[in-house]
Design a protein around this ligand. Structure first.
Ligand code: PEP
Ligand code: MG
Length: 561
């Protein structure tokens, strides 16, 4: 029997109630107590499952080698090796001999190996993911489980998973899914960000205890408290279904002493567009275009990208739409691109570094699509470059933009001259903000990554969640330095990290001097209300005291958090 209340990190301040569908491990293991097991039959079932898994893996290997390449196909060799590992096989057979059903024995035997690999560094830790894949394949075969199709779930489903990747979350239909909860992940993991854009109740980082919740169980996902309630009573069910949220403010907002603050939405996928407009966004402050590249087998063409961006521009005819160029790498992997595995992907070829690869034309294609959309679309398009660390990188990106414009002129296509900006996500970009701002129209602070790099705390790792907190004075000083550098160079400065969407921090951010706040749609109404209740001069004075504090708790005392 699962514990009744499981604790994790609330990703969206909303609650939902529904019935559990496990994703990734599409099975519910039998409770072995009281189950009669015939060891001989179970060992035979296990051997059959191994044979079928091998056949499946060999044919997937062949298809991948043909479609993508030998390097990518190699992962299947590793899976076959794990499948045939004699230590695991012996362990399964011993456990079955001791009376466990085959699926439970597979789960336990693989579990031990997964734990060992998880304790190691770098590449070895990644082997844990390979083992999980093999385990899940065997469990599916042993339990006749079909892989759950995230895009076609029964209405009222609550998805439970070990983790959800950006491409998994891209498939979730907010009309049908009542929420999700995951074993791993933090507030700024992309699954959590996506949940906020759709106002989808979600709790992440619950830990292994989540695995005790059976498929089909009714649960309440409380993204406000960060809890998952198993088997709610009538009152709890009703409280979860009633929902919450501030009144929607459609007009643009200013502080009580007249400073206009642009409140915009972060979006990544078409499904996020309507919620953003309906919740009163003035425009889009961050369009994560990498989602256009996920869940397909080849990159989108220039025309497809043009159409996608046009749709966003036409949804905000009177607003500004900041389109970020491809930000792949880190946790955002695109299987069909031939990208080498990296030991430390968050410190590797991410963002602009990938785009500037001279052997790839992805960047040029995207820039042409953006320039065409800017000329034809209703709203004002702005282009923004991610993960810039050096002035050289920015100069390279600006050269590429000029080259794309020249290309289009050569084709006699109309070209616009959009605003251009840089994301401030690395400590180097903070120190170089003046030089960066002198070359562009705006800066936008990405606090998810900036906090990760300033504090040396992985944004996905709940164990360092207290350090990955943008209210540490070190991060506040980095934000203030960026704002000042931008304003000294007559550039506007926004924030599009998750910090911008926390209404408890709106006064602080206005006080630090931000001109624009861009966030997942769910809290736009609350942030707009908070801006209109803030006095800019008093907020600046309080923000100064907060950033000059020595500790996070002094910051919180100053801000009365
Ligand atoms: C950020 O890092 O704050 C950001 C907005 O970019 P992403 O979350 O997509 O990395
Ligand atoms: Mg980022």
């Amino acid at each position: 029997m699962a514990e009744r209340t499981l604790h994790g990190t609330g990703a969206t301040p909303r609650s939902g109630v529904g019935s559990v569908v496990w994703y990734g491990r599409d099975i519910s293991l039998l409770d072995p107590d009281g189950v009669e097991v015939d060891p001989e039959t179970e060992i035979e079932r296990f051997a059959d499952a191994v044979d079928t898994a091998r056949t499946e893996l060999e044919s997937e290997r062949e298809a991948t080698a043909e479609r993508v390449g030998e390097d990518e196909a190699a992962v299947f060799d590793a899976h076959i090796q794990f499948l045939e590992d004699p230590t695991i096989e012996d362990a399964v057979e011993t456990m079955v001999g001791n009376g466990l059903p085959a699926p439970n024995a597979v789960d336990a035997a693989f579990g031990e190996h997964i734990e060992q690999f998880e304790g190691m560094d770098g590449r070895m830790a990644e082997r844990a993911d390979d083992l999980r894949d093999v385990r899940d394949r065997l469990l599916r075969l042993l339990t006749d489980g079909e892989r759950v199709d995230l895009g076609d779930l029964p209405e009222g489903s609550v998805v439970l998973a070990e983790r959800l990747t950006p491409s998994d979350t891209a498939q979730l239909d907010p009309e049908r899914v009542a929420g999700f909860a995951t074993v791993t992940g933090g507030r700024t993991s992309h699954a959590a960000i996506f949940a906020r854009s759709l106002a989808l109740p979600a709790v992440v980082g619950i830990g292994e205890t989540l695995e005790s919740v059976e498929g089909g169980t009714e649960v309440v996902v409380d993204g406000d408290d960060g809890t998952l309630l198993v088997g709610p009573d009538d009152d709890e069910r009703e409280a979860a279904a009633s929902g919450s949220g501030a009144a929607i403010v459609d007009e643009s907002v200013e502080t009580t002493d007249g400073k206009h603050i642009e409140v915009a939405a972060n979006i990544g996928q078409p499904a996020e567009l309507d919620p953003a407009a309906q919740r009163g966004a003035d425009g889009v402050g961050l369009y994560r275009t990498e989602f256009l590249f996920l869940d397909r087998e080849t990159p989108p063409s220039e025309d497809e990208q043009y159409e996608a961006v046009r749709e966003v521009l036409d949804t905000f005819p009177d607003g500004r739409v900041v389109v970020r160029t491809l930000d792949i790498g880190g946790d955002k992997r695109i299987p069909y691109l031939d990208l080498p595995a990296e030991e430390n992907p968050f410190l590797g070829e991410r963002g602009i570094r990938r785009s500037l690869d001279p052997d790839s034309d992805l960047f040029a294609t995207q820039l042409r699509a953006l320039l065409r959309a800017a000329a034809d679309g209703a709203g004002d398009l702005a282009i923004m470059f991610p993960l810039v660390a050096t002035v050289e990188e920015l100069d390279g990106a600006l050269d590429a933009l000029d080259a794309a414009a020249a290309d289009l002129e050569g084709r006699e296509t109309e070209v616009a001259d959009p605003e251009v900006g840089v994301m401030i996500e690395t400590p180097s970009a903070v120190f170089m903000a003046e030089e960066l701002a002198a070359r562009v129209d705006f800066l936008s602070i990405g606090t998810n990554d900036l906090t990760q790099y300033v504090m040396a705390a992985d944004r996905e790792n709940e164990r360092v969640g207290d350090l990955h907190d943008p209210t540490h004075p070190g991060v506040l000083r980095a934000i203030r330095q960026t704002v000042k550098s931008a304003h000294d160079e007559d550039a506007w400065v926004g924030m599009c990290g998750e910090m911008a969407g926390d209404p408890d921090l709106t006064e602080l951010l206005v006080g630090l001097g931000l001109d624009e706040l861009s966030m997942s749609a769910v809290t736009i109404p609350e942030v707009k209300t908070a801006v209109s209740e803030t006095e800019h001069s008093a907020a600046s004075e309080r923000a100064d005291r907060a950033r000059l504090a020595a500790t996070r708790s002094e910051v919180h005392d100053t801000l009365e958090l």
